[in-house]
Design a protein around this ligand. Structure first.
Ligand code: ZN
Length: 162
């Protein structure tokens, strides 16, 4: 039996627009509908929660506050790292996204906030930390995941093999 409402364990195809402070930051207009597996932290929790139960063809506007989105901005989430810890030939630029390991070997996303010859200041806040996210979404299709997708907890498509 085919499902016609969003629930955990299904793959949703959705059209979406993300607006922050009146500016459209992201949308499916160019790339086409986004697919995601529900219930595996693939999208921000505040949006996923509101989408559960939506039917195919249904549209919704959802305002996601920071605590249900990319978190509150943390003024302490910065770190100075000696420039010498980066490869000498590495082209640094403000806003550059880096995958860094902490003392415990945990991989973390960081962004270059500023740098000079001696040191690099990293920002561990998500670029949208503290932002209120205004989503407009429309459910365009639903399907069962493949066993492999369910096992991995995310959607596979032609462009992404993990
Ligand atoms: Zn995978």
């Amino acid at each position: 039996m085919s499902k016609n409402a969003v629930e955990n364990g299904l793959v949703v195809s959705m059209e979406y627009t993300l607006t922050v402070d009146g500016e459209v930051l992201d949308s499916s207009t160019d790339a086409g509908p986004l697919q995601f597996l529900v219930g595996f932290d693939n999208i921000v929790p505040g949006l996923e929660r509101e989408m559960v139960g939506m039917e195919i063809g249904e549209s919704k506007d959802v305002l996601v506050l920071p605590e249900d989105g990319y978190g509150e901005f943390d003024a302490d989430a910065f770190m100075e790292v000696p420039r010498s810890e980066f490869p000498a030939d590495m082209e640094l630029e403000v806003g550059l996204e880096l995958n860094v390991s902490d003392e415990d070997g945990q991989r973390q996303l960081a962004f270059v906030e500023s740098f000079n010859d001696e040191s690099v200041r990293l920002d561990f806040n998500h670029p949208l930390a503290g932002a209120e996210l205004q989503f407009s979404v429309k459910v365009v299709a639903l399907r069962e995941p493949t066993p492999e997708e369910l096992d991995h907890g995310h959607v596979h498509d032609d462009d992404h093999h993990h």
